[in-house]
Ligand binder design. Structure first.
Ligand SMILES: [Zn+2]
Length: 358
């Protein structure tokens, strides 16, 4: 009996020892598994990248070949993409993700085979990389470009001739409007009201006015609840060489509601006092808003500590429309009527600024 107990005790202690060893090695096993996964992922990404490079390199090679036999139709400065004869060109879709320098053109019901018979050739201007993918719905051709581009197309002989233009080649007046904050960055939050949402509501009202006006091309850094890095916001204005760049924000002071109120606008004081276009822009926007809203005029504020102001190479102003920490002003800032006045004033002031040489 004693022998049996001893045996069981030995078995149990061996089992315990094994369990301890297994438990102790779980982090090690996890780490190994994670390593294997990460190596596989890297390999997969390498293969994908190689595939992308192959598409781009083939495009350059085919272009060279095509240049040697200029019998086929070609429009200089364009990319020639073959079209299926059954395709209705009205169904081709363009998705211009200008914040990420990526243009995707979707050709419904087309397959990759078409590129074997009639290769994609043409001007590599602005193209950093090229990707072709297909699924059961059709063919996607994706251009990664070196800057913001605007596509224009011509159709001829069952080909699309796609031109990737710099926006300032096709638009006389370019404006960038930025709704401050977004995504995980709410800005100030008062009573459940998030600054990022009010900024965006106001920008949508400004957009509605510009949408009716074809004399200005406006780019918006965000039109949904997204956290866009500040470098990208200023980068967009710089890439576009925009005539002007306006960022829309609300102010706040202290933790509880208080009496501080008013409108102020920030500019880049590092540009000096003489002929400072940022300060000039800030001044005309601030004056127009104070006049239209009847808000207290807090004037202009030095803003070079703010990244988008400091990094912007085009005339920039950041408007703080009013204080969320002031109960009365917050009520106004979230009201349709006040927002309509803000939008109309900003729209009209921008048009006036452009007319006056911005
Ligand atoms: Zn803000």
């Amino acid at each position: 009996m004693e022998e049996l107990v001893k045996r069981y005790a030995r078995i149990i202690s061996i089992l315990c020892f094994c369990v301890v060893i297994i438990l102790a090695s779980i982090p090690y096993i996890n780490e190994k598994i994670a390593n294997v996964i990460s190596v596989c992922k890297e390999r997969w990404e390498d293969v994908q990248q190689k595939k992308e490079r192959e598409v781009y390199e083939r495009f350059l090679k085919d272009t060279k070949k095509e240049e040697a036999k200029p019998t086929d139709v070609m429009i200089p400065g364009t990319v020639r993409i073959p079209l299926d004869s059954a395709l209705d060109v009205a169904e081709i879709q363009f998705d211009n993700d200008f914040m990420n320098h990526t243009l995707t053109v979707f050709f419904p019901n087309m397959t990759e085979d078409i590129l074997d018979k009639r290769p994609m050739v043409g001007s590599p201007d602005h193209i950093d990389d090229l990707e072709v993918t297909a699924d059961e719905s059709g063919l996607y051709v994706q251009f990664i470009t070196d800057t913001v581009i605007e596509p224009t197309v011509t159709y001829q002989d069952n080909y699309m001739f796609l031109k990737l233009n710099r926006p300032d080649e096709i638009y006389d007046r370019i404006v960038v409007i930025d709704a401050g904050h977004g995504g995980i960055m709410p800005g100030m939050v008062v009573n459940g009201i998030k600054e990022k949402d009010v900024n965006l509501d106001i920008v949508y009202k400004i957009k509605a006015l510009f949408d009716e006006d074809s004399s200005v091309k406006v780019y918006y850094t965000r039109l949904n609840d997204e956290d866009i890095p500040l470098e990208k916001r200023a980068g967009l204005a710089n890439d576009l060489n925009a005539n002007l760049f306006l960022s829309v924000h609300l102010n706040s002071y202290g933790r509880a509601y208080n009496s501080t109120n008013g409108t102020m606008t920030m500019y880049n004081e590092l540009l000096g006092e003489e002929n400072n276009r940022s300060k000039e822009l800030a001044r005309i926007i601030n004056t127009a808003l104070v006049d239209a809203l009847g808000s207290r005029n807090l004037g202009l504020t030095k803003g070079s500590s703010i990244l988008i102001i400091r990094e912007s190479e085009v005339p920039v102003a950041l408007v703080e429309l009013g204080f969320m920490s002031n109960k009365d002003e917050l009520e106004k800032l979230v009201s349709e009527e006040y927002q309509d006045t803000i939008a109309k004033t900003i729209y009209e002031t921008i048009i006036k600024a452009l007319d006056e040489g911005f």
